[in-house]
Design a protein around this ligand. Structure first.
Ligand code: FES
Ligand code: FES
Length: 152
């Protein structure tokens, strides 16, 4: 039996410990905000927070989350009102939308450690996350807007 905390709630499962967290979230728990892109740590669509740090859920097994805290896009805020989520709407960031939950989770981890990042720092940090619709400039603007609005 594997136990961990997911979005603040306890989870207990007897699933195969080698199951990838991404697959468990999507297929067993129905938390489909976390996306499958490449499966190879190359795109960031599957980004979650592992003990507060952004991490590719396509590279983590259930065994490795035992006893840990995991957060997905569904747990980022109560009502979709995290400053980043609001900024994403204000800046009309998404195009197809597929990569965007991963982008937001990655950006949230940045602002947790660096509440006032420079544009270069944002671009460098976000370079782990690909967007086939090339929304990169709007992502930078949205991160800057959220940083401005978040309490320091
Ligand atoms: S699906 Fe995990 S990095 Fe692409
Ligand atoms: S919005 Fe389409 S892949 Fe990023």
């Amino acid at each position: 039996m594997i136990s961990f905390t997911l979005n603040g709630q306890p989870v207990e499962t007897d699933a195969d410990p080698n199951t990838l967290l991404l697959m468990y979230l999507r297929e067993e728990l129905g938390l489909t905000g976390t996306k499958y892109g490449c499966g190879a740590a190359q795109c960031g669509a599957c980004m979650v927070h592992f003990e507060g740090s952004s991490m590719f859920s396509c590279q983590i097994t259930l065994a490795s989350v035992a006893g840990r805290n995991i957060k997905t896009i569904e747990g980022l805020s109560e009502n979709g009102d995290h400053p980043l989520q609001k900024a994403w709407v204000e800046e009309q960031v998404p195009q197809c939308g597929y990569c965007q939950s991963g982008q937001i989770m990655r950006a949230a981890a940045l602002l947790d450690t660096n509440p006032s990042p420079s544009e270069d720092q944002i671009r460098s940090w976000m370079s782990t996350n690909l967007c086939r619709c090339s929304t990169y400039n709007r992502i930078v603007k949205a991160v800057q807007r959220a940083a401005d609005e978040m309490p320091k």
